[in-house]
Each structure stands twice: as structure tokens, then as C-alpha cells.
Design a protein around this ligand. Structure first.
Ligand SMILES: [Zn+2]
Length: 95
């Protein structure tokens, strides 16, 4: 059974805009390698998930019709979220 706990904490999220017509050549912000773009939901054709095969970073990408620049959001790393105290199962190491 999954355990859901709602918490909030500060996690760094980077966002920026790129030329929508160059989306197929989107580069990873962290290591500059080309991203693999996925379209997980055909009912949301403007929403993409970008993944970097080299460093493992993930990005949310929104390319709305009629907008020249797509929005890219670099998703936080799981370890960063865990370190911020947002993992319900996380127990800080005892000293
Ligand atoms: Zn990368």
C-alpha cells in the first residue's frame, strides 16, 4: 500500500525558453548532450518529457501551438527532493 504525505519544502527548479522550431535539437542544460524527447500522452500533444541519456537529467517541455518559444523546466533530482525532506519514508541518519 502506498503512503502519501503532503509536505512542502524548497527545491531548486530551473526554467527557460527555447526556440520551438529547434525542439528536436534540444540540449541538456546540465551536460549539453542532445535530449531524447518523449510525448507520453497523445491527448496533450504540446507536452513533452525530455531525458538525457548521458547524465540522466529529466525536463518537462511545453510547446504550445502558436508560441515561438517553448517552456523548458528542469525537474529536480530525486535525491534533492529526498534531501529536502519530501520523501515520506525518509528518516534522517541518527548520529
Ligand atoms: Zn545531460
Amino acid at each position: 500500500m502506498s503512503r502519501t504525505v503532503l509536505r512542502s519544502a524548497l527545491v531548486s527548479v530551473f526554467s527557460y525558453r527555447v526556440e520551438a522550431r529547434r525542439l528536436s535539437r534540444l540540449l541538456c542544460r546540465r551536460c549539453r548532450s542532445p535530449l531524447d524527447l518523449h510525448q507520453p500522452n497523445p491527448n496533450q500533444p504540446e507536452q513533452f518529457l525530455g531525458t538525457c541519456m548521458d547524465c540522466g537529467q529529466w525536463f518537462r517541455v511545453e510547446a504550445k501551438a502558436g508560441e515561438r518559444r517553448a517552456l523548458v523546466i528542469q525537474l529536480p533530482e530525486i535525491d534533492e527532493v529526498r534531501a529536502a525532506g519530501l520523501d515520506p519514508l525518509y528518516e534522517p541518519p541518527s548520529n
